[in-house]
Design a protein around this ligand. Structure first.
Ligand SMILES: NC(=O)c1ccc[n+]([C@@H]2O[C@H](COP(=O)([O-])OP(=O)(O)OC[C@H]3O[C@@H](n4cnc5c(N)ncnc54)[C@H](O)[C@@H]3O)[C@@H](O)[C@H]2O)c1
Length: 448
């Protein structure tokens, strides 16, 4: 089948590569000329395991191509996927300008029936807006009445696991008011739907809301645990023991109940805000979502407060080794990353940062440029050199069992602020390391 994908970011590239991998003829279009030029040479600027080789092999096989030419792109695919960004606007709403721009582009070049598939995360009612823009653009061309369908097909992939999530999805949500359009998508997704039927067909608005509901639920689970961690700290309990204690209840489960430095990334923060905004527009105050957003913002500052307390508020001239810049492991994405909040607070307090991340070093340089108070190191060991303390922000696997002798040897003082609770409290005590975790009342009591 012939498929066009607008937007060559995390979602567009993964969708394009995976659809090509099963034999389709995919054309990806992006407005970013530099990005497209790189992709045409097989250069993938984002880190997503398995993505680059999959893109290269499908380009070599002639099933995947990249272009800036919108007219060519609209002509190409019977399916026109919209996978462009929907960032937060100033008021927290999802900014639809890129999505509606694509709708206008498709309307400008449409010359036969096509299925417009919205994969971007968009507020309820966006499919109606996309349809209205298309109809108006066609009308202006004197082609009113030309047939097309708009389908909502929200994407649930996780960065770091995106290929697997796309190839073996938990569910394929299709929102439409026309069952025939859903059948086109059933055919398109058949290669990913062989083991058992994962397709869930529903109305457009419900599909649009399903994506927000999923992200808001996950963000709420994390935030609930962070709130409990803060309580545990106050009452001298260890949240890690509590986590295991509640996770064993099947109704609760072990996933997404890890306390930490707050959620980040390109989805949860903006999607919680956008859902809260959508509710507000309808006169409903979503108090739980507001609280999740607020608690998460505060959580991102929690580690800095611990650092400040430990050093009696005097951070001027101090140096911190920071392990982990990406908002989570296996990605280089630093959008809304807790590391950014922490570094910016440390800098504001006059401290310097020696940072290491296995994948996000280039991204950090792109965001912050060259500055005296940020050294981006090429190894986790280098980052430790003469630092006043080690701060762990992202739970990359390689940080789980480090050489503590080496850490103690390189740091000025043996102090670790662990935003991901990677280490055992007793081990830290045996090693003689002053250790601050999240919600580990015992560790706080011992070190104070
Ligand atoms: N990143 C994720 O993990 C993830 C997961 C599920 C859903 N989503 C949602 O998918 C959407 C895309 O997210 P992303 O992370 O891939 O975004 P991204 O910012 O990585 O990529 C968006 C791309 O769209 C391009 N673009 C903008 N306007 C365009 C236009 N008119 N025509 C063609 N290309 C255009 C940009 O240049 C950019 O390359 C968002 O709505 C997001 O919420 C993201």
């Amino acid at each position: 089948m012939k498929i066009t994908i607008f937007g060559s970011g995390y979602v567009g590239l993964v969708t394009g590569a995976c659809l090509a991998e099963v034999g389709n003829d995919v054309l990806c279009v992006d407005v970013d000329q530099e990005k497209v030029a790189g992709l045409q040479q097989g250069k993938v600027l984002i880190h997503e395991p398995g993505l680059e080789p999959m893109i290269k092999s499908n380009m070599d096989a002639g099933r995947l191509a990249f272009t800036n030419d919108a007219a060519e792109a609209v002509e190409h695919g019977m399916f026109q996927f919209i996978a462009v960004g929907t960032p937060s606007d100033e008021d927290g709403s999802a900014d639809l300008k890129y999505v509606l721009e694509v709708a206008r582009t498709i309307g400008t070049h449409l010359n036969e029936y096509k299925v417009i598939v919205d994969k971007s995360t968009v507020p309820v009612g966006t499919a109606d807006k996309v349809r209205a823009v298309l109809e108006q653009t066609l009308e202006e061309r004197g082609m009113g009445g030309m047939g097309f369908d708009v389908v909502s097909n929200p994407e649930f992939l996780k960065e770091g696991d995106a290929i697997d999530d796309f190839m073996k999805p938990d569910r394929i949500v299709i929102g439409t008011d026309n069952h025939d359009a859903a059948e086109h998508l059933r055919a398109l997704y058949a290669p990913f739907n062989r083991n058992h039927d994962r397709m869930i067909e529903m109305d457009l608005r419900s599909a649009e809301l399903t994506k927000y509901a999923a992200n808001a639920m996950l963000a709420t689970k994390i935030t609930f645990m962070n709130e409990l961690a803060n309580i545990a700290e106050k009452v001298g309990a260890d949240i890690e023991q509590v986590r295991v204690g509640i996770g064993s209840d099947q109704r609760i489960g072990y996933s997404f109940i890890y306390p930490g430095v707050g959620y980040g990334g390109s989805c949860f923060p903006k999607d919680v805000k956008a859902l809260e905004h959508t509710a507000g527009q309808q006169g409903y105050q979503a108090k739980l979502l507001q609280a999740v957003d607020r608690v998460n913002d505060a959580q991102k500052r929690g580690l800095f407060q611990k650092i400040q307390r430990h050093f009696n508020g005097n951070l001027e001239g101090r140096v911190f080794a920071l392990w982990g810049l990406a908002f989570k492991p296996n990605t280089d994405d630093m959008r809304e990353a807790p590391s950014r909040v922490l570094m910016e607070e440390l800098w504001a307090a006059g401290a310097r940062v020696q940072a290491y991340d296995p994948e996000a070093r280039r991204e950090a340089r792109r965001i912050y440029g060259e500055r005296d108070d940020l050294v981006i190191c090429s190894s986790s060991e280098d980052a430790l050199e003469n630092a006043d303390a080690l701060v762990i922000v992202t739970e990359w696997k390689q940080f789980r069992a480090p050489d503590f002798e080496l850490i103690k040897g390189r740091l000025q003082q043996p102090v670790i602020f662990d935003g991901r609770n990677l280490y055992d409290l007793e081990l830290m005590e045996t090693e003689g390391i002053t250790y601050y975790g999240i919600g580990r009342g015992a560790s706080v009591a011992r070190s104070e």
